[in-house]
Design a protein around this ligand. Structure first.
Ligand code: ES4
Ligand code: ZN
Length: 322
């Protein structure tokens, strides 16, 4: 339809994509076979049928199981290249890609195997792409610090760090020291906050971790002062509509607050989060939320513009993409 065409032709940046969440069931099975890994599911269809989530944790359990087929550098390369090719088809011009090294090192896969495969695909792929290393917040800060140490020889291969995994009970301030070290290293800083966790986690992500963008952040509207601050300081929120509905942050897309966020003057962006698990890539997210909410072509253009405003790119690089 008309909105699909408008969305399709807009150049855009994706700022919230977990590369392990782009692993499609077909590729999970192909890599399992290639690597001799046995899966708890008999077929692609059976695996896909397990993608019925009740909350963030129920998703994460399956997401970490899916990642268990990634063993060799080529596996990480193939996963990343598939994402870049698929996003190019959606007219994504630039992606800032999260990866979760602890998901791999905890299974005995070397840090360098993961980052080298992901990074090499970013060099070879059809769109601009940079990497953001995420710490798993359900693990300890000492574990995050050890991961940062392992990452330092590869400092030129990632532009920033983030914080993901189970939010409730793991507030940003648990990672104050490691984020301060990352800030001193000149890394860009982001954190998931206000997805399942309370607005207070958005505040401590900003005030304790000094993050520059908030991943999700949709629960900010529960706090009027915080909402006003995010608008005043033009702090970007990387919103993921299909994710929010699949993980029941909102009961249905018609209840999503994206239109309210935009009309409050917030720098909201649309992103896919874990596209293989949540039912779609960038344009599917745009179409789903535009079908459900009173959003116009002007909102679509604003969202595309916001994605470059909020990107960790030099001003001249942003202009070249628009
Ligand atoms: C994630 Cl949707 C979401 N939230 C938090 N952590 C994650 N890791 C991958 N997807
Ligand atoms: Zn996420």
């Amino acid at each position: 339809d008309q909105m699909r065409n408008i969305v399709q032709q807009m150049p855009k940046a994706e700022l919230h994509i977990h590369i392990e969440g782009s692993l499609e069931p077909e590729l999970i099975f192909a890599l399992a076979q290639r690597n001799g890994v046995s899966l708890a599911y008999a077929s692609v269809e059976e695996l896909r049928a397990a993608y019925a989530f009740s909350d963030l944790q129920s998703f994460l359990d399956i997401y970490y199981a899916g990642a268990s087929v990634l063993l060799k550098e080529q596996d990480f390369y193939d996963m990343t290249m598939a994402y870049l090719v698929r996003s190019h088809a959606d007219n994504v011009r630039h992606a800032e890609i999260f990866f979760d090294p602890q998901t791999h090192t905890a299974r005995g896969v070397p840090f360098e195997t993961a980052i080298n495969g992901i990074w090499r695909a970013c060099q070879d792929g059809p769109i601009s792409a940079t990497l953001i290393m995420c710490f798993l917040r359900h693990l300890s800060e000492d574990d995050a610090i050890a991961t940062l140490e392992e990452a330092l020889p590869f400092r030129d291969k990632f532009i920033g760090v983030g914080l993901d995994s189970s939010e409730r009970g793991h507030p940003p301030e648990k990672f104050a020291r490691v984020f301060e070290r990352c800030r001193q290293l000149g890394l860009r800083l982001v954190a998931h906050a206000g997805e399942e966790g309370p607005p207070a986690y958005i505040e401590t992500a900003l005030d304790v971790l000094n993050v520059e963008r908030i991943d999700h952040g949709v629960r900010c509207l529960e706090d009027a002062d915080l909402t006003a601050r995010l608008a005043r300081e033009q702090i970007a929120l990387t919103v993921c509509p299909l994710s929010n509905v699949k993980l029941r942050v909102f009961g249905e897309m018609e209840e999503h607050n994206l239109a309210t966020l935009l009309d409050a003057g917030l720098v909201a962006t649309v992103n896919s989060d874990d596209p293989a698990y949540f039912g779609g890539y960038m344009n599917d997210n745009f179409v789903a939320v535009f079908d459900a909410l009173p959003l116009t072509a002007a909102h679509a253009r604003q969202l595309a513009r916001n994605s470059f405003t909020a990107a960790f790119l030099a001003p001249e690089a942003k202009r070249a993409f628009l």
